[in-house]
Design a protein around this ligand. Sequence first.
Ligand code: P6P
Length: 332
Amino acid sequence: MQSFDEGITLDQFLMESGRAHSERTGQFVTLLKQVTLAAKMVSARVNRAGLAGMIGATGDTNIQGEFVMKLDVYANETIKKALEHAGVCCLVVSEEEEELIHVPERFPRGSYVFCMDPLDGSSNIDVNATIGTIFGVFRRKSPEGGRGDLGDVLRAGHELIAAGYVVYGSGTLLVLASKATGVNGFTLDPGIGEFFLSHPDIKLEPSARMYSLNEAYKAQWDDRLVDYVESLKAPGKGFSQRYIGSLVADFHRNLLKGGLFIYPATAKAPNGKLRVLYEAFPLAYIAELAGGAATDGRDRILDLEPTELHQRTPLVIGNSELVREATEALSG
Ligand code: P6P
């Protein structure tokens, strides 16, 4: 593949991947290009949020009952607008909206379905902690050209054809995963507004000694989880603990350095807190392509079949060996 002085651009990579997906219509590559455009716009806004008065709640609450930060609203609208007119998808599912988002009649309806958390970790916005966008892409099941329906989204995670996330942190990095291309990371050069391939063919670091979960909830955990986490602290195990409180940031650190992330069922959240369609599914898809694993504490995440749009699940994700140990402890 040809590259500029700085390296391979995301556009070049996508054109290659279009061929790798033996894509006829070009819709898949166009969809990912539109996501890239939206990511650049959200990144610019996130980085100016403090100055642009975008920090702070709108005073509204979203369907999750969380205070909606202005950047959440901006990210949701920006990504929807980038997709709806491009003729690449028929439906969008967003954490920010209770119902299915149908592409308006005035636009052509494409072959794909886009599930997203437009701005994950938004409770960290006003403390300048890393936040991000998480997304998964299905090919529609309903007839081409139609509005699409719940059957296009309430389906097993292993039917995803691509997934990714963007972390808006010290830099902006987009991680893209598909069976044809594996897991690859692209870093934005804000000076020229282009993403460059910076993390080719990401694989989870095998010798992982990091665990990540919110231990403040320990009193609400299943006793088997208490025992398992305590076992990680045993002298000589060599584990360290990190918890940013932003799923996309905690996952990204583990993807690059190896580790185990757990958001378990608790007394307060008996089905966990994280959402199946636009948090657990995309990250589980990425983790498995990077050589890792993801379960709900018993079953493989990608085998789940949600019955509701905003269904929650416990999540155990990261290095295969650690996920296996934690899952055996939780379900044994
Ligand atoms: P807790 C952020 O609000 C979020 O949805 C995820 O990004 C993060 O992993 C989780 O909640 C943190 O939840 O209960 O530990 O504050």
